[in-house]
Design a protein around this ligand. Structure first.
Ligand code: NAD
Ligand code: MG
Length: 299
């Protein structure tokens, strides 16, 4: 992939790999290194334009996938970053830390499980202490585990999916808000599943609908403080989430083929919308959900 992949005019259909892909089962939470073909997180392509100069950002799920792409983009736009991820994802996270530091920005790793309220509070405390404050909260972490039949969907899974995707969002926003100055932004990660749920994703799709409502309600509540809240709703993206149980493995060879573009998105194609929503360029935008779906429109 050329260095100017994201900036040279070209046909988006052929810009990135198209199905079929090999089957490639991984165990959750997975690693970017087992993706075939490799994903593009903007490592060699993303160019910064100073849009987040001096900002202090916390990004969850920053080791891989969409969160990794956002972290790389934010650093190149001038932000210092606290990264959260699960302890077993240290190897992926180390690479992101190195990429951030290569830009001369601060990178602080705070691994831990977002299903734990105490940890969420301590994550915000460490971010505020480590960065000297907090301007941007980016909630990207998520759990997605496909089940064919409601009979196979355990209470434990249902609970873990809601804890990771919804409760952690609540806990992190609640803990962060007292620290956020006017001009700060919160960006959540919904999904096309918020609107067009798959039969295999009962619990996950429900959490993603909840994230849309939470985003819109919180946006109305905190705009009086000058804080904006928006969400990004990706369609199919080429990340470890999918081959590590997010999809039945039989869906991996054709992953993304159901979109009008006929291919999955690459994380690098999602990062610019996070940058826009974090920056002052989006000053009149709050309570919105932005689809990045390869052509399947949101309602
Ligand atoms: P990913 O696997 O690269 O990222 C998900 C991250 O969530 C993991 O890296 C992990 O660090 C984090 N995570 C999971 N459980 C956690 C826990 N208990 N505590 C702390 N961190 C935890 O996959 P991705 O596709 O980049 O996912 C990022 C977000 O995008 C998720 O919210 C996902 O729901 C959403 N999304 C993805 C797609 C897609 O097709 N890949 C589509 C729509 C929405
Ligand atoms: Mg990961």
């Amino acid at each position: 992939m050329p260095d100017d992949n994201q900036y040279s005019m070209q046909n988006p259909l052929t810009q990135y790999p198209q199905p079929p892909f090999p089957k490639q089962p991984q165990s959750a939470p997975g690693t970017v290194h087992d993706l075939q073909p490799a994903a593009d997180h903007g490592e060699t392509s993303y160019k910064g334009f100073g849009r987040l100069a001096g900002r202090r950002a916390l990004i969850t799920g920053a080791d891989s996938g969409i969160g990794r792409a956002a972290a790389i983009a934010f650093a190149r736009e001038g932000a210092d970053i606290v990264l959260n991820y699960l302890p077993e994802e240290e190897a992926d996270a180390r690479e992101v830390v190195q990429l951030i530091e290569a830009e001369g920005r601060k990178a602080i790793s705070v691994p831990g499980d977002l299903k734990d309220e105490q940890f969420c509070q301590s994550l915000i405390d460490k971010a505020v202490a480590g960065l000297g404050g907090l301007d941007i909260l980016v909630n990207v972490a998520g759990k997605q585990t496909a089940q064919q039949d409601i009979a196979e969907l355990t209470t434990e899974q249902f609970d873990a999916t809601f804890k990771t995707n919804v409760y952690a969002l609540f806990w992190l926003c609640k803990a962060a808000l007292p620290h956020l100055p006017a001009g700060a932004t919160i960006i959540n990660t919904a999904s096309i599943q918020s609107y067009q749920p798959s039969a295999t994703l009962l619990d996950y799709a429900s959490t993603k609908s909840a994230i849309v409502a939470f985003t819109k309600a919180l946006a109305k509540q905190v705009i009086s403080k000058g804080i904006r809240v928006n969400a990004v709703a990706p369609g199919p993206f080429w990340t470890p989430l999918q081959p590590s149980g997010g999809q039945p493995q039989d869906n991996i060879p054709d992953f993304g083929s159901e979109t009008p573009m006929g291919r999955p998105g690459q994380p690098a194609e999602c990062a610019p919308i996070y940058v826009l929503l974090a920056s002052q360029e989006s000053s009149y935008i709050t309570g919105e959900v932005f689809g990045v779906t390869g052509g399947n429109p949101l309602p």
